[in-house]
Design a protein around this ligand. Sequence first.
Ligand code: NCD
Ligand code: ZN
Length: 345
Amino acid sequence: MSDLVIRRPDDWHLHLRDGAMLEGVIGDTSRHFARAIIMPNLVPPVVTTADADAYRERIVKAIPGGDRFEPLMTLYLTEHTEADDVARGKESGLITAVKLYPAGATTNSHGGVRDLDKVMPVLERMAKIGLPLCVHGEVTTPEVDIFDREAVFIETVLDPLRQRLPELKVTMEHVTTKDGIDYIRSSSGNLAGSITTHHLIINRNAILVGGIKPHYYCLPVAKRESHRLALRAAATSGDARFFLGTDSAPHVDPLKECACGCAGIYTSINTMSCLAHVFEEEGALDRLEAFASLNGPAWYGLAPNEETIRLIKRAEPVTFPAKIETGAGPVTVFDPMFPLYWDVA
Ligand code: NCD
Ligand code: ZN
C-alpha cells in the first residue's frame, strides 16, 4: 500500500505554549489535525474557566488563515480548584477535560496536586457530570527510580483512586510502559490511554547512548525496548482504548541544550509521517485511522472528523527541517533516526 486516505486526525495531548512560541508552532498542528486537547501547563497555569476562555481566544487568533482547527481546552487541577467553576466550564462546552499533574512531575507542574484527598470534591463532581480526568501518571517521590515512576503511580495512586471513584473517566496520558498498557487492557471500563509518536519510536538508548541527547529527553522518560514494543502492539492493535496524544512539547534549543535541560520533544510537524512509518512496519496501516482519528473522539464523546487526509508513500525520503524558527527562538524537530517516506499530500 502506498496511498492511504484516513479521516482527519486529532491530537489528544498537545502543548502549544503562548505568545511567540504559540504563533511559531500552531501551524504545524493545524495543517494536519482538526482538533487537539491543549495542555494547561503555562506559566502561570490555566486554572480557571476564565483562564481557559482567554487562552482559547489567544490560540484561535494564532491559527493560520485557511486552517480549520479546534482547540479543546483543559484545566490544570490544583488543590484550590473549585468544583462549581469546573462544572460551569463543562456546561458551557469550553472544557473537555481536567488535567492532574502530581506536583513536580514535569515542566511547570510545581502548582500541581500533592494530596489527592484535597481534590476529591472536584473529582467527585467530574464523575457526576461525565468530565474526564487526564492524568500525568508518575509519582514524584525521590525514593522511586525515574524509570519506575509510572508503574508505582498505577499501584499507589491510580488504582486506589479508580477503586474509590469508579465512575470517574480517566485518560492515562502518554503511557510509556508495558505496565501501563497491561493496566488499561485489564480495566473493566472508564480508562483509556494516549500514546505519543516518539515513544513508539525511541527507547532510552536514544537519550543515553553515544553521548547525552537532550532532544530525546521528555517526561515520562522513554523506557527500555520491551516497553516500546508493548506500546507499539497496543497502538497498532485497533483496541479502542488507545489513541494518539503526541505530547509535542516545544522548548527553545538553549533551554534543552544546557546543564539542566527541559523535558519535551517537538513532533507536531512530522507526526503523521512517523506514524505511517510505524504502522506500516507493524503491518497495521489499516489501523492507523483507528489510532489517530477514531478512538480518541469516541472516548471523549465527540464525532470523528468528516474531512479526510491523504498519506502517500514517496519514492524518495520526505524531508523536514532540523529546526523550526519561532519568534521565541529555534525549536529542534524530532529526528526518528530513519528516513521517512510517508507524506501528507
Ligand atoms: C511537557 C512540557 O514540556 O510541557 N514535557 C514533556 O516532556 N512531555 C510536560 C509533560 O507533558 O510532561
Ligand atoms: Zn505533555
